[in-house]
Design a protein around this ligand. Structure first.
Ligand code: FAD
Length: 406
């Protein structure tokens, strides 16, 4: 791993710093992925796209900046925006998960149609994977789609669908080949949330906000060409998407940004006449967490080195989601703890990452518990690391109940 930058990369770093200095007043607050981007966000996104600080390596014909792939450039951009505390652009499931999936396995027509509007923040996507009874065991999903007269007719139910209430589109996993083994019978469809036969019902979480939903399908018709790869290849596509989801959920730049927010809050807040940062018990906890965030950052650089060398990171990539989401939760726990009695104030209408009041940190604290589960729970990540990463024996299947009379 090489930690110093070349002249070209140092030049990019200075260019970004100059850009941030000139434009930081236009930046929305970082975060906000749990609502539709407002006008300020869309304008900021357009500015980032124009300068190549977002969608940098996405080809121009799909609405990106068209720079050649350079993993270090991507790392420098992320680091500089995180360090300066300005928004790195829109982060949502469409941009972070569907766009790279289409770039990897979509058709030319699908890329041209969807990537541009998605990275500009005009089209918002939700992820229709989980079902009641099919979360960790996703491949057992039962929502079915039958091909009738050039359309897939979808019937079934999804659950925990984040952002479905304000999304334009969904990427959906459904069973199209019921007679095939479970992993081979799944397809991956792209569909409009305006399709007749779709009903979205909000689910209120312990934050008292409704960030995810149940989605019901009754004879919802999806044009047959809105399938990614072929019939029965949805499991492969789903895993491509999950790879990007897990990297997103454990992103070390987000951890670093959160660490800076806590540090700033502890530096400027006094309780009983003592600055929070001057209380040894809180400062020690902050420093320990800072060490772990730094470890996560350098781990990210190791992964970049693997990518730059064209090597598969294997087990090293698998630990990002597991470690990152637990660490994010420990960071928000610290923020809530240092506030003492003030930390008990909770206003349910508060928005995460928009401020530093107790509500904001509580929303993060509670939502972070969800991220330890979403995108594959920590228990499942540990199974994957053990079995696929370390080659340990597979966990035994639960015993089946004995059949009466057998
Ligand atoms: C904040 C949040 C956002 C989400 N957003 C979306 C979304 O947008 N779209 C979507 O499709 N889904 C979404 N989900 C759903 C998420 O993917 C599932 O919650 C997750 O996959 C776990 O599935 P489950 O809830 O059915 O739990 P289960 O699979 O029932 O698991 C229950 C518990 O058992 C444990 N467990 C299960 N199997 C094993 C095993 N083999 N070994 C060890 N432990 C095991 C799990 O770790 C967990 O603790 C979201 C979830 C959260 C919390």
């Amino acid at each position: 791993m090489q930690l110093d930058y070349s002249e070209k990369h140092r030049a990019l770093q200075s260019e970004i710093r100059a850009f941030i200095a000139a434009h930081r007043d236009k930046s929305p607050k970082p975060g906000g992925g749990r609502r539709r981007p407002d006008r300020r966000m869309l304008e900021w996104q357009a500015l980032l796209l124009e300068h190549g600080y977002f969608g940098r390596t996405i080809p121009k014909k799909y609405g990106g900046y068209g720079a050649p792939p350079d993993v270090l450039e991507a790392a420098i951009i992320a680091e500089e925006f995180s360090r300066a505390g300005v928004s790195p652009g829109i982060m949502n499931q469409g941009i972070s998960m569907l766009v790279p999936t289409l770039l990897e396995v979509g058709t030319e027509e699908q890329r041209e149609r969807w990537i541009g509007p998605t990275i500009r923040g005009e089209v918002i996507w939700c992820q229709g994977y989980s079902e009641p009874g099919s979360g960790s065991d996703l491949a057992s999903l039962r929502t079915r789609a039958e091909l009738v007269d050039g359309h897939f007719v979808v019937n079934g139910q999804k659950i925990w669908t984040s952002s479905a209430h304000f999304s334009d589109m969904m990427f959906l996993l459904c069973r199209t080949e019921p007679d095939k083994p479970k992993h081979e019978g799944i397809s991956y469809l792209l569909l409009s949330m305006q399709t007749p036969g779709i009903e979205v019902r909000p689910l209120t979480t312990m934050t008292e906000q409704a960030t995810f939903n149940e989605v019901f399908f009754t004879d919802a018709r999806v044009p047959a060409d809105q399938i990614v790869m072929g019939r029965g290849q949805g499991w492969h596509v789903a895993n491509v998407t999950l790879k990007f989801e897990r990297l997103l959920l454990g992103d070390s730049n987000k951890l670093m940004q959160r660490l800076h927010r806590i540090r700033e809050m502890m530096e400027r807040t006094d309780i009983d006449g003592v600055r929070l940062m001057d209380r040894p018990e809180w400062r020690d906890r902050l420093l320990r967490l800072q060490g772990e965030v730094m470890a996560s950052k350098y781990h990210g650089l190791r992964l970049l080195t693997d990518t730059a060398r064209g090597e598969d990171s294997g087990v090293r990539r698998m630990i990002v989601k597991y470690f990152g989401t637990l660490l994010a939760h420990r960071l928000s726990s610290l923020a809530v703890d240092v506030m003492g009695a003030n930390g008990l104030i909770y206003e349910p209408s508060g928005e995460s990452a928009d401020g530093d009041d107790a509500t904001t940190w509580w929303v993060d604290y509670m939502y972070d518990i969800g991220l330890i589960i979403g995108g594959g729970s920590s228990n499942i990540q540990k199974n994957i690391i053990a079995e696929r990463g370390l080659g340990m024996p597979r966990e035994p299947k639960p015993a089946q109940p004995a059949r009466v009379g057998a």
